[in-house]
Each structure stands twice: as structure tokens, then as C-alpha cells.
Ligand binder design. Structure first.
Ligand code: F6P
Length: 341
């Protein structure tokens, strides 16, 4: 194995740079193998936008947020497909490719492998919803950022005797809401895996209010209350007379205020929780995944994704990796719900 390519695709995620550094250092030091980095995900591979990644180019990057390579949501299979990727491999003299990405990237990697190209996947999403791995790097950082933000919402909520609603990310699963909500001591956590009625949410809010607390609601962006149709129709006009846009956080702001009579404010954390420096946990997990991806390549384990199982990093088939979305189990939700009062 003389040369590998590496790319980062899909939404960025704290810890991506630590994967790149782990892979490049393990490649050079352990396996005597060089790296080429493609800019902006698959786009760089399709358009020959590529940079060599010698050891000094990854110095000190593991603590930096974002990705030094840039990212995009370009799908290689819908842009000229496998032949262009194959040409990219040939032009750059690659023995194989390490693709760091979420579901879309891993699905593309599986398709490329089925057509004879040599790819190893590294799972990446702050959502923590990939089935074959116990945790994804970036999740811990997102939870840390969300928890800090929710702690801040609590103090302003308490000062104004308001109900505060924090909407966090999680396209399909409620992991960030569950962990940040538990860490911040939310009075209600709302996740798509466990739909509840708005009446139930209002009851939790009033129960907290009745105990003299400023109610704190943490909601995952994908949550839909029972009996409501998603996506939510914009309701009312904002202060500029425009239709009020927004997701579930905005809907809760309006409905809870009406239902409880408490002044209610919603904050959508959005991309704040994806940016910034990775936590120490994420740096270590991401570095280990980078090293393991190169080991897997050296051992010819193409068509696998490196995954965290317990405390070990192991290669699992991309087929298995893509099989299931990891949703919050009911018992994990009920554990948290004990605290809502
Ligand atoms: O999958 C990661 C994620 O951050 C989701 O939580 C969120 O729904 C989505 O990406 C946002 O994507 P974009 O950055 O394209 O708006």
C-alpha cells in the first residue's frame, strides 16, 4: 500500500480533523504510506481538486473544529458516477480511499466497493444515529455545546419567570436532545422516537411552574407532537409582518404560551452545535478511528466501516453499517422522563 486518498463529506462534525490526523500519521509512521486529500468531499475527487497531505500538514489540527479539507453534499453516484471516481483513483495513483461521512457517504462507498473500488468508511455525524457503532465522534461535542447553551437559557428564563424551549439537532433521532436535556436538567425532553401530545408537554411545563421553576423544554428538530401534521405550517406573522417560519421550536413557543399562559421563548441552536472545537472524548475517538481505518486498509478490509463496539474499534461490513438507524430505545427515554415530575 503506497498511497491512500481521504475525503470528508456531508455535514461537518467536531473531530473530523482528528480522524484525518490519525490516519495520516498512522499511514506515514506505521505503514509507510502517503495520503492525498480531496477538497470538499466527493467533488474534489470528481474534479481533481486535491492536495498532498504530508505529516507536517496535519500538525495541531485535532483540536480544530470543522474540516481542513472542506466538505460538500456532492453524491459521486449522481455526477458521472463510478467511472469518474475510478479515473480519479487512477490519476492520483491511489490504492484505496478513506471516506469520512454519514449515511449518504457510506452508501456511496458501498456502491463503489461493489464496483471493485477499494474504500473504507469512517462514520461521522453529530446525531449519533448510525446503527453499527456505539457512538459517533462529534456527538459528545454537540451535547456539550447544547448543554452549555441550555444552561444559559435557564438563567435568563429564571430571571423573567418564562418557559424556555431549546430546539436541538437530530434529523431522525433524539440523542442530542436526550443527553443535553438530561445534562441540563430539562423539565421535558421531546424526541421523535417518543411522540407525546401538546397537552402532555403543557402539563409538564405547568408542573415545573407549580414547583416554582422556570420550565425548560428541550426538543429535537424531528419531534412531531401526537395529533399534529409535520411539516408545521407557518402560523401567524412575525414583527415585520412576514409569515413566521420555523420548525418545532417555534410551534412550541406559540402553542405553549397559548396553552399555559406563561410567557414562552424558543431558541433554535442550529449550527452552533456543529461548530467549534471537539471535546477530549471526541478527539480520542476520532483519532482512534483514523488509525483503525488505515489499519483496515493495510489488512485489505475494503468495504468496511470502522466502528466503536464497547471500547474497541472494529471493522464492520458496510452492508451491516447501513442496515439500521440507531434510535433512542424506549427504556432510555423513560429513564430521563422519570425526572420531568
Ligand atoms: O446530520 C447532521 C445534521 O447536523 C442534522 O442534525 C441536521 O438536521 C442536518 O445535519 C443539517 O444539515 P445542513 O447543515 O445541511 O443544514
Amino acid at each position: 500500500m503506497r498511497r491512500l486518498g481521504i475525503l470528508t463529506s456531508g455535514g461537518d462534525c467536531p473531530g473530523v480533523n482528528a480522524v484525518i490526523r490519525g490516519a495520516v500519521l498512522a499511514g506515514e509512521i506505521v505503514h509507510g504510506c502517503g495520503f492525498m486529500g480531496f477538497r470538499d468531499g466527493w467533488r474534489g475527487l470528481l474534479e481533481q481538486d486535491v492536495v498532498p497531505l504530508p505529516r507536517h500538514s496535519v500538525r495541531g489540527i485535532s483540536r480544530r473544529g470543522g474540516t481542513i479539507l472542506g466538505t460538500s453534499r456532492t453524491n459521486p453516484l449522481s455526477h458521472g458516477g463510478v467511472d469518474r471516481v475510478r479515473a480519479g483513483f487512477r490519476r492520483n495513483g491511489l490504492d484505496g480511499l478513506i471516506a469520512i461521512g454519514g449515511e449518504g457517504t457510506l452508501a456511496a462507498a458501498r456502491e463503489l466497493c461493489s464496483q471493485g473500488l477499494q474504500v473504507i468508511g469512517v462514520p461521522k455525524t453529530i446525531d449519533n444515529d448510525l446503527g453499527a457503532t456505539d457512538y459517533t465522534f462529534g456527538f459528545d461535542s454537540a451535547v456539550q455545546t447544547a448543554t452549555e447553551a441550555i444552561d444559559r437559557l435557564r438563567t435568563t428564563g429564571e430571571s423573567h419567570h418564562r418557559c424556555m424551549v431549546a430546539e436541538v439537532m437530530g434529523r431522525n433521532a433524539g440523542w442530542i436532545a436526550l443527553h443535553a436535556g438530561m445534562a441540563a436538567g430539562a423539565h421535558a425532553i421531546l424526541i421523535p422516537e417518543h411522540p407525546v401530545t401538546l397537552d402532555q408537554v403543557a402539563a409538564w411545563v405547568m408542573s415545573a411552574h407549580g414547583r416554582g421553576r422556570a420550565p425548560l423544554v428541550v426538543v429535537a428538530e424531528a419531534f412531531t407532537p401526537t395529533g399534529q401534521a409535520a411539516p408545521y405550517a407557518p402560523r401567524g406573522l412575525d414583527t415585520f409582518g412576514r409569515p413566521r417560519l420555523g420548525g418545532i421550536g417555534r410551534l412550541l413557543e406559540e402553542e405553549l404560551q397559548l396553552m399555559t399562559g406563561l410567557e414562552t421563548r424558543a431558541t433554535v441552536l442550529g449550527h452552533i452545535q456543529r461548530g467549534g472545537e471537539p471535546t477530549a472524548y471526541d478527539r480520542v475517538l476520532a483519532t482512534r478511528l483514523g488509525i483503525a481505518a488505515v489499519d483496515a486498509a493495510a489488512n485489505g478490509r475494503w468495504g468496511t466501516m470502522v466502528a466503536l463496539r464497547g471500547t474497541d474499534i472494529v471493522p464492520v461490513g458496510l452492508e451491516e453499517a447501513l442496515g439500521t438507524l440507531k434510535l433512542v430505545p424506549e427504556e432510555r427515554y423513560l429513564e430521563a422522563a422519570v425526572l420531568f415530575g
